[in-house]
Ligand binder design. Structure first.
Ligand SMILES: C[S@@+](CC[C@H](N)C(=O)[O-])C[C@H]1O[C@@H](n2cnc3c(N)ncnc32)[C@H](O)[C@@H]1O
Length: 280
């Protein structure tokens, strides 16, 4: 797929504005964001890009802020190179989980080493939401557990769960790149117990899980939480992420209305990963 890369510098720079713009641009089709010192780079499939829609989003803030915008067309075959060159560096989380690409040659040793082939799927550990869930997984023994990884992206969470002893992982993503990426990344890491599927909560059936990750976004979580709850074993944990601190109340209200118990949350740069336990 060809992509359009839009680099935006914000003056005066405000982190909260970067988060707000990322959320609003996601609504008009941008699907990946990379933070820069005074702004961010945003990526959108070239066929979905509309300069007019972008300007409409920025106009709302133009009274208080100015934006310097650069636009670059990235042909399909250049994407990996672009990523490799600029963004994806070996990353250590919690002192024991290293995430790297196959092309990295220098990296520290780690107890868990995850190799991710960068493509258009989300999930290299660089985003706060992924990093927070990885940190939570590292704190737990998953031996023998069954896992559902909703919105699996690169498959990174399911791969770590498998390395931590999970028995079987179902990984679902609505996006074809992510579904294919999860299969490829599982193979790259010699993981054989991840069953990747393309789709959404509509694919969930009778199979039950001990632990569910859903790092998607607020609206999908609110909409599909009932379906996640329905396939969670009693006493099992649902970890949701992909929303902001100010959204905790809505997420919690919905979870509690379904009979789940608040099991705490972690917060990183205003991004939240919230755990809930299904009552026995
Ligand atoms: C923020 S990424 C998370 C990727 C990875 N799990 C991680 O933690 O880094 C969200 C993923 O959810 C997928 N997604 C969006 N809506 C979905 C839905 N309704 N059901 C399943 N997956 C969805 C997107 O395609 C994307 O890959």
């Amino acid at each position: 797929m060809d992509y359009q890369k839009i680099s935006i510098q914000i003056t005066p720079f405000q982190e909260w504005l970067r988060d707000v713009l990322n959320a609003q641009l996601a609504e008009i089709g941008f699907d990946s964001f990379v933070e820069t010192e005074t702004g961010f780079d945003a990526f959108i499939p070239a066929t979905s890009y509309s300069e007019e829609s972008l300007n409409e989003v920025l106009e709302d803030f133009s009274g208080d802020f100015s934006f310097e915008i650069q636009s670059e067309f990235i042909a399909d075959q250049n994407w990996n190179k672009e990523w490799e060159k600029n963004y994806f560096k070996p990353l250590m989380i919690g002192g024991e989980c290293l995430i790297r690409a196959p092309f990295h040659t220098e990296y520290p040793e780690a107890k868990y080493e995850i190799v991710i082939e960068p493509n258009m799927a989300f999930g290299t550990g660089n985003h706060e939401t992924t990093a927070s869930i990885i940190a939570l997984i590292l704190q737990n023994d998953l031996t023998g557990k069954t896992i559902l990884d909703m919105g699996c992206g690169t498959g990174i969470l399911g791969i770590l769960a498998s390395m931590k002893g999970a028995r079987q992982i179902t990984a679902i993503d609505i996006d074809k790149w992510s579904y294919e990426g999860t299969r490829e990344n599982a193979a790259l890491n010699n993981i054989t117990n991840i069953n990747a599927k393309q789709g959404d909560a509509g694919l969930l059936g009778n199979e039950k899980f001990d632990l569910i990750f859903a790092n998607i976004h607020k609206n999908v979580l609110l909409n599909d939480m009932e379906a996640y709850n329905a396939v969670l074993n009693a006493g099992g944990t649902l970890i949701m992420s992909g929303f902001y601190t100010e959204d905790i109340k809505d997420i919690r209200t919905k979870a509690e209305s379904l009979g789940m118990k608040d099991a705490g949350f972690v917060e990183k740069n205003n991004w939240v990963a919230h755990s809930f336990i299904k009552k026995d």
